[in-house]
Design a protein around this ligand. Structure first.
Ligand code: ATP
Length: 216
C-alpha cells in the first residue's frame, strides 16, 4: 500500500488506527499535543510529532495537504476536533475522516467538510448488543448513515431453499452479495443457488430492512 496517512490525536482510537495502517504498509504520520502519546507510537508510525493540530501553521509545516487521508481522532475536545477538521479541509486535504462523540458533533463535522464521520463507541455498542441478542450475526459494517452490510448464519428455515424462493429482495428490500460455505465464498450468488446448513449470507440493505431480516 503506497498511501500516506496522518492521524491526529493518538488516544486509544487514533493509536489503534495508526498502528493498523502502519502494519498494513501505509506511511503514517502521528500527531498529538501530548508527548507521552507521541512517544508511545514511535515504533508504529513512520513519523510521530508532538504538536497542537489546531494551529494552522503546524498543519502547514507538516504539509498536511499532501496526505491522502487525514484521520481526526481527537475525542475529548469537540472544539479542537471541529477546528482541525475544518483546517485540514481548508488546507486542501482530499479525504478527512473524523471521529464523533455524538450525533450533533457528527453533523457539525460533516458541515465543516469531513468526508466521513465515524462513531466508534456507538458502533461498537451496536455490534456488541446485536451479537448478544442474535448469535447468528457474525459481523455488521456500517456503509453509510442508513446502509449496512451484515454477515449472518442462515436460519434453519432457509436451509434447502433457493435464493429465488426466499425472494429476499422483494420481501426485505435487501441484496445477498455473497454466500460463504466453509472456506469457499460465492461472490456471484444466483437465483437458483440453494442454501445449505451453516452457510453464511452476506447481505446489504437499509439498516431498518436488515433489522427486519434478522428477526426473520
Ligand atoms: P480515545 O477514546 O481514542 O482514547 P478520547 O475520546 O479519550 O480518545 P482524547 O483522549 O481527548 O479522546 O483525545 C485523543 C487524543 O487527542 C489525546 O491523546 C489528546 O492528547 C489528543 N489531542 C487533543 N487535542 C489535540 C490537539 N489540538 N492537537 C493534537 N492532539 C490533540
Amino acid at each position: 500500500m503506497n498511501k500516506q496517512f496522518a492521524v491526529i490525536g493518538l488516544g486509544r482510537f487514533g493509536s489503534s488506527v495508526a498502528n493498523t495502517l502502519y502494519s498494513m504498509g501505509g506511511q503514517v504520520l502521528g500527531i498529538d499535543v501530548d508527548e507521552d502519546k507521541v512517544r508511545a507510537v514511535i515504533q508504529f508510525t513512520t513519523r510521530a510529532v508532538a504538536a497542537d493540530a489546531t494551529d494552522e501553521q503546524v498543519l502547514r509545516s507538516l504539509a498536511i495537504r499532501n496526505f491522502d487521508v487525514v484521520i481526526v481522532a481527537i475525542g475529548g475536545s469537540i472544539q479542537a476536533s471541529i477546528m482541525v477538521t475544518l483546517l485540514a479541509k481548508e488546507l486542501g486535504v482530499k479525504y478527512v475522516v473524523a471521529k464523533a462523540q455524538n450525533e450533533l458533533h457528527g453533523k457539525i463535522l460533516y458541515r465543516v467538510g469531513a468526508d466521513r464521520v465515524v462513531f466508534p463507541e456507538r458502533d461498537m455498542g451496536f455490534r456488541v448488543a446485536r451479537n448478544l441478542v442474535s448469535s447468528s450475526i457474525l459481523e455488521y459494517i456500517e456503509l453509510s448513515q442508513d446502509v449496512g452490510m451484515l454477515e449472518m448464519v442462515v436460519p434453519q428455515k432457509m436451509v434447502g431453499k433457493e435464493l429465488r424462493q426466499l425472494d429476499l429482495r422483494n420481501r426485505f428490500n435487501i441484496n445477498v452479495i455473497a454466500i460463504k460455505r466453509g472456506e469457499h465464498v460465492n461472490i456471484t450468488p444466483r437465483a437458483d443457488d440453494c442454501i445449505e446448513k451453516d452457510d453464511v449470507l452476506v447481505v446489504v440493505g437499509l439498516k431498518e430492512d436488515l433489522q427486519r431480516f434478522e428477526q426473520y
